[in-house]
Design a protein around this ligand. Structure first.
Ligand SMILES: Cc1cc2nc3c(=O)[nH]c(=O)nc-3n(C[C@H](O)[C@H](O)[C@H](O)COP(=O)(O)O)c2cc1C
Length: 174
């Protein structure tokens, strides 16, 4: 199976979730391509599974303004955040405008977001699902992974990402 993972990340948390998912899928013999959204293919015809993830900004997907705000946070030494390479490039919101759906890949979406009820945090995953379904894509699964007030993943979230990936593609029986 060929899988594509498309994401953006400001401080590395979404990237760590992506790495955990990719690692788990590769253990299930999936051919995995990981791509930052700005560089991700628009033609999805080569993939049977497409996983899309992003941080939640202002209750939804990042925008150019919120990405700039993230850079301001990272410049504050008291926050101890490091900006990811290409954090200011275009992201999942812009990629969703570019995609061409040929074939019928399965989609799974996730967000990273604050550890508060989602009614208060918002959820980038919902915006991703909406953008995909508008293009008649089949979104089969949705997960969110939580960060604390310090903008770092809660303990156990990378393990939860691995478990989620296992649900998407079960390990072959040894
Ligand atoms: C400008 C900005 C706005 C944010 N708005 C929200 C929000 O509305 N809800 C939320 O749960 N988290 C919000 N966050 C926290 C992010 O979701 C968190 O930093 C992100 O999940 C970390 O992932 P990353 O390291 O991959 O960027 C915001 C972060 C930034 C920088």
């Amino acid at each position: 199976m060929n899988a594509l993972i498309v994401y953006e990340s400001m401080f590395g948390n979404t990237r760590k979730i992506v790495e955990a998912i990719a690692d788990r899928l590769r253990a299930a013999d999936v051919e995995v391509t990981v791509s930052l959204a700005y560089d991700a293919p628009a033609d999805l015809s080569d993939y049977e599974l497409v996983i899309v993830g992003a941080p939640t900004h202002a209750h939804s997907l990042p925008r150019p303004k919120s990405r700039s705000e993230a850079a301001v946070w990272a410049a504050d030494p008291t926050k101890e955040l490091v900006l990811e390479p290409m954090a200011q490039a275009s992201g999942v919101r812009e990629w969703l405008q570019r995609i061409m759906l040929v074939g019928d890949p399965r989609f799974a979406v996730f967000s990273t977001r604050a550890d508060i009820p989602s009614i208060f945090s918002g959820d980038a995953g919902k915006a991703i699902s909406k953008g995909l379904r508008r293009r008649l894509a089949r979104v089969e699964s949705h997960a969110d992974f939580l960060v604390g007030l310090d903008n770092r993943l809660l303990e156990g979230e990378e393990m939860r990402a691995r478990e989620w990936a296992s649900e998407l593609v079960p390990l072959p029986i040894a």
